[in-house]
Design a protein around this ligand. Structure first.
Ligand code: ZN
Length: 191
């Protein structure tokens, strides 16, 4: 296989709910816009909060995005469009094919920026995220603030009793908590 001279790479931005992952993705993509590079932002179909056409963060800054139903669509869109930089939001909801797609695009010179939840509400690595973190050149862990004690939060505690892995919601369903408070709440819920 012939490799292009220009080299791409993979960046992962991860953390709990309300840690500012999407804000950081948008910040990086805005800088790409300033640099006048061609870009595209993708998000999985499952995330229907707020808007289907824009990546919207909690503070309402937004940037246009393409909704995809599987990772292969990201590859098609990017290669067909000659895109130099891509952003992917809520990557934890994508199929595992995203790992190969990210590798292929980076190998072809594309800068791939991926944002997503590192763990689910049980504290277990979420979907393709652990693999993406392993193959990325750069990994950024964002933190929220624990609503119980004010320490840095690394977990998304679910306030409802549902045990479905995917339960879309905002502050009505999730709260950011630190390791200590997460374990305390888990023990309390088990009692
Ligand atoms: Zn805490």
């Amino acid at each position: 296989m012939e490799y292009a001279k220009k080299t791409g790479w993979i960046e992962v931005i991860c953390g709990s709910m309300f840690s500012g992952k999407t804000e950081e993705l948008i910040r990086r993509m805005r800088r790409v816009q300033f640099a006048q590079r061609s870009l595209a932002i993708f998000k999985p179909k499952i995330d229907t909060r707020y808007s289907v056409e824009e990546v919207v963060s909690h503070d309402a800054k937004s940037i246009k995005s393409i909704t995809v139903s599987c990772s292969a669509e990201i590859l098609e869109h990017t290669l067909a469009g000659g895109v130099e930089v891509i952003g992917i939001d809520e990557a934890q909801f994508l199929d595992n094919g995203i790992i190969e797609v990210a590798q292929t695009l980076a190998n072809q010179g594309v800068r791939v920026i991926i944002a997503g939840l590192d763990t689910d509400f049980r504290g277990i690595p979420f979907g393709p995220m652990p693999y993406l973190m392993a193959i990325a050149e750069y990994v950024t862990k964002e933190h929220a603030i624990c609503v119980h004690c004010g320490d840095l939060a690394n977990h998304s505690h679910r306030l409802t009793k549902s045990d479905k892995i995917v339960e879309l919601g905002e502050k009505d369903i999730y709260e950011p908590v630190c390791r200590h408070c997460f374990n305390k709440l888990k023990k309390k819920n088990a009692d």
